[in-house]
Design a protein around this ligand. Structure first.
Ligand SMILES: Nc1nc2c(ncn2[C@@H]2O[C@H](COP(=O)(O)OP(=O)(O)OP(=O)(O)O)[C@@H](O)[C@H]2O)c(=O)[nH]1
Length: 364
C-alpha cells in the first residue's frame, strides 16, 4: 500500500521536476499547487479517458522532460544507491537520501550547491575540467566508475567510487548528468586487512616470503637506479631440529616468535624489512647499508638472540639459542640481479654454519 508519506514524496518530486523543466526550457509552465495535500488516486482518475487537447511543441518537450525527470526522481528515491543529478554547471538539481548521507548534509541544503564542493581537492580539478569540456562540446559521455575521495560537509573524508553519465534529454533542452556513488569505506578496510594478511607470516607476524620478494625487487631497482648500496642478511637458527625434538614443536613455534621479535626490533629504520624466509630461516633487507653497517646490525641481532630466555615457557635457564648469518652487499655492480644477491648471502650463511655456527660470515 502507498502511504500518505509516499504520496507526499511523489508530489514533492513532481513539483521539483516541473520547476526543473520550467527552468531548463525557459518557458512558463504551470506548477502543481504546492498547498494541495496529495491524495491517493481513485479509480475514476486511473481509468478516465485521455483528454485530446493538442499541446504546443515546446510544451510537449517540456512535458516530456518533466515526465522523464519525475520518473527519474521517483526512481532515485526508490533505489538504494547514492544518486544525484547535476546540470551543466555541476549544480545539484536532484539528490536522494543515500547520496545526501554520503555528502554528509540534508538533501534540502545540497540542492543548488556544486557537487564538486564534496570532492577532495586531489580529484576536484579532473571533474572541473570534465565539466568545462562538456560545456564546450555537449558530447554525451560516461565517466567512471572511478575511485575518489569525497570530502563531506563536516570535512571528514570518505572513499567512494563514482560514475557520471549524461542523461538523454529532448532536443534543445539543457542536458543533465546523473552521478551514482558507492561508499567504499568497508571494502577498503577489508581490502587493506586482506592485503596485510597476504603479506604477513602468520606465526611470527613478520613479512612473509611473498612480501620479501616484492620488497627486495623494489629495493634492488632503487639501488641500481640511484647507485646506493643494498645489504641483505640471511639468518638461520642453529640446531633448530634439536630444539623441536627436545622441547616440542609448540615450544619450537614460540622460539621462532621470540627470534622474530628480536630481529624485528633490531631494524634500524622504516626502510629496512625483516621477513621470514621459510622454516627457521629469516632475512633482513637493508637499503642504503654498506657491508660494514650491515655487519653491525647482524652483530646486534646475534647478541640479542644469544640473550633470549625461555623460562617463561617453563624451560630452564640453560636453554639457549643461536643463529648463523650470511651477509651480502651490492655496492658497485658486483651482482647482476636481486637473486644473485640472495645466493651470495646464502653461500655466506653456509660458510658460517660450516665454520661452527653462532657466527656471521660476509660474502666475498
Ligand atoms: N616448530 C617449528 N619448527 C619448524 C618450523 N619450520 C621449520 N621447522 C623445523 O626446523 C627444523 C630445521 O631443521 P634443519 O634444517 O635440519 O636445521 P637445524 O636443525 O636448524 O640445523 P642447522 O641449520 O644445520 O644448524 C626442522 O626440524 C623443521 O621441522 C615451524 O614453523 N615450527
Amino acid at each position: 500500500m502507498i502511504t500518505a508519506n509516499k504520496y507526499q514524496e511523489i508530489h514533492d518530486t513532481l513539483i521539483r521536476a516541473t520547476e526543473l523543466a520550467k527552468a531548463l526550457s525557459g518557458k512558463n509552465f504551470p506548477t502543481p499547487d504546492q498547498n494541495n495535500t496529495p491524495v491517493a488516486p481513485n479509480k475514476a482518475t486511473l481509468t478516465s479517458p485521455k483528454k485530446t487537447v493538442s499541446t504546443p511543441k515546446i510544451l510537449e518537450h517540456t512535458l516530456d522532460q518533466a515526465t522523464q525527470i519525475s520518473s527519474l526522481g521517483f526512481l532515485m528515491n526508490a533505489i538504494s544507491e547514492a544518486i544525484f543529478v547535476v546540470n551543466n554547471e555541476g549544480i545539484i538539481e536532484m539528490i536522494n537520501q543515500h547520496a545526501a548521507k554520503l555528502f554528509g548534509s540534508p538533501k534540502e541544503l545540497l540542492i543548488g550547491q556544486k557537487w564538486t564542493n564534496f570532492v577532495n581537492s586531489a580529484y576536484k580539478e579532473e571533474y572541473l575540467e570534465l565539466f568545462a569540456q562538456w560545456r564546450e562540446t555537449f558530447t554525451p559521455f560516461n565517466h567512471g566508475p572511478k575511485e575518489i575521495v569525497l570530502q563531506r560537509a563536516d570535512s571528514s573524508l570518505v572513499d567512494a567510487d563514482i560514475s557520471l553519465s549524461c542523461l538523454p534529454v529532448a532536443e534543445n533542452a539543457t542536458p543533465l548528468i546523473v552521478g551514482v556513488m558507492h561508499n567504499l569505506t568497508s571494502h577498503k578496510e577489508k581490502f587493506e586487512e586482506l592485503t596485510r594478511l597476504a603479506n604477513t607470516d602468520k606465526l611470527t607476524g613478520l613479512a612473509n616470503r611473498h612480501a620479501f620478494d616484492d620488497a627486495l625487487q623494489n629495493a634492488w631497482d632503487a639501488s641500481v637506479q640511484h647507485q646506493h648500496p643494498l645489504s641483505l642478511l640471511l639468518i638461520d637458527i642453529d640446531f633448530f631440529k634439536l630444539f623441536n625434538d627436545n622441547y616440542g614443536h609448540i615450544n619450537g613455534d614460540k622460539c621462532l616468535q621470540k627470534v622474530a621479535q628480536v630481529i624485528k626490533s633490531a631494524m634500524p629504520n622504516r626502510d629496512c624489512l625483516a621477513a621470514r624466509f621459510g622454516g627457521e630461516e629469516f632475512t633482513v633487507i637493508l637499503p642504503n647499508f654498506s657491508k660494514t653497517q650491515a655487519q653491525r646490525v647482524a652483530e646486534k641481532i646475534q647478541r640479542q638472540i644469544n640473550q633470549i630466555k625461555f623460562t617463561d615457557m617453563g624451560l630452564t635457564q640453560e636453554v639457549k639459542v643461536s643463529v648463523s648469518q650470511g651477509i651480502a652487499c651490492e655496492q658497485q655492480g658486483q651482482f647482476r640481479t636481486a637473486m644473485a644477491l640472495i645466493c651470495a648471502a646464502d653461500t655466506a650463511l653456509y660458510r658460517a654454519k660450516a665454520e661452527g655456527r653462532n657466527r656471521i660470515s660476509l660474502s666475498l
